[in-house]
Design a protein around this ligand. Structure first.
Ligand code: UFG
Length: 329
């Protein structure tokens, strides 16, 4: 039987496909290529289309024996979601509703869901544990939380078992640099810093130096994309073995400030990476750090990349070998 990966042409989806294939899983991808890249799809079974297309989903479920779904397909920019909330309710909540409806119709009862630390909003304390309050500060976080709740009720009503993985700041690339991060426009810290090292930008803007942290810049918990990918496979196995729904944080449990990330990137690339201090970016919490104890205890998850240097090094290898990302379609 096969695993259906929605959004398998995206950054995290494509790395997860590689991880699933490495464990001998059969993988089917569906992606509308709005943000994803055809060249990132690492399995031959690929449907180009939208998960809101009911007929296409019927076709995918009819033509393949799907055991479980790993669901990534979504919009994921905090800032954009504040400007265009309805787009996020459509692409995230309505799309998930259609997918779940079709899963139930075709009797597929296991799903691993790509959720986010943005479900917590401004944390009351760090490290954040899964039982902490969820008060999203953006439509992005709000839509992901709405889907988590939809999953909870689908378990109760239809016996659909789900694991929601709340990611912290995902970074890095596959160690062989075959696939990596490629967003247009890029908004994430590490790829932007590396664009400076590649000579594609003059400097990195540091968004705010007056946060209540040691050096005044925001602190985040960076996790390697392959460690994250591995957690999806472990979550799938937990669903197979235990058949219990759950929610898990995925992070490294260590925080790095924006300035520390820039300093580490200087050491990885050997480039001076000029930095300029800019205004705060709206909606940025000062500190986000995960407690990953639950994932460790229940999923048996262990990070392979727990040094920021190594994480940035894999990203750098990808960016150096693909300075303009994937070839444009
Ligand atoms: N930053 C800069 N300059 C930049 C870009 C970012 O200083 O040019 C700062 C941001 O202000 C923030 C930190 O670097 O303090 C990290 O920013 P990113 O944009 O890389 O990541 P975010 O923390 O905003 O968001 C990421 C994901 C979200 C997810 C969130 C959960 O993009 O989808 O982590 O922690 F919700």
């Amino acid at each position: 039987m096969a695993i259906l990966v929605t959004g398998g042409a995206g950054y995290i989806g494509s790395h997860t496909v590689v991880e699933l294939l490495a464990h001998g899983e059969q993988v089917v991808v569906i992606d509308n290529l709005q943000k994803g890249h055809a060249q990132a799809v690492q399995t031959p079974v690929f449907y180009k289309g939208d998960i809101r297309d009911r007929e296409l989903l019927d076709q995918v479920f009819r033509e393949n024996k799907i055991e479980a779904v790993v669901h990534f397909a979504a919009d994921s920019l905090v800032g954009e979601s504040v400007q265009e909330p309805l787009k996020y309710y459509d692409n995230n909540v309505i799309a998930a509703h259609t997918l779940l409806t079709k899963m139930i119709e075709h009797n597929v009862k296991k799903i691993v869901f790509s959720s986010t630390a943005a479900t917590y909003g401004e944390p009351e304390k760090v490290p954040i544990v899964e039982t902490d309050a969820t008060n999203p500060t953006s439509p992005y976080g709000e839509t992901k939380l709405a889907i988590e709740k939809m999953l909870k009720w689908c378990d109760r009503a239809y016996g659909l078992k789900s694991i929601a993985l709340r990611y912290f700041n995902v970074a890095g690339a596959h160690p062989d640099a075959r696939i990596g991060e490629d967003h247009t426009p890029e908004s994430h810290l590490i790829p932007i810093i590396l664009q400076v090292a590649l000579g594609q930008r003059e400097a990195i803007s540091v968004f705010g130096e007056d946060y209540p942290t040691e050096d005044g810049t925001c602190i985040r918990d960076y996790i390697h994309v392959m460690d994250l990918a591995n957690a999806h496979w472990l979550a799938l196995n937990r669903l197979r073995e235990k058949g219990e729904s759950g929610i898990y944080n995925l992070g490294n449990g260590t925080g790095f400030s924006v300035k520390q990330v820039i300093e580490t990137a200087r050491s990885v690339t050997g480039h001076p990476i000029p930095a300029i201090i800019a205004q705060r970016r709206a909606g940025d919490p000062a500190v986000l750090i995960a407690s990953y104890e639950k994932a460790q205890a229940e999923l048996g998850w262990k990070q392979r990349y727990n040094s920021l240097h190594e994480i940035i090094e894999t990203a750098w290898n990808w960016h150096k070998s693909h300075p303009h990302g994937y070839p444009r379609d």
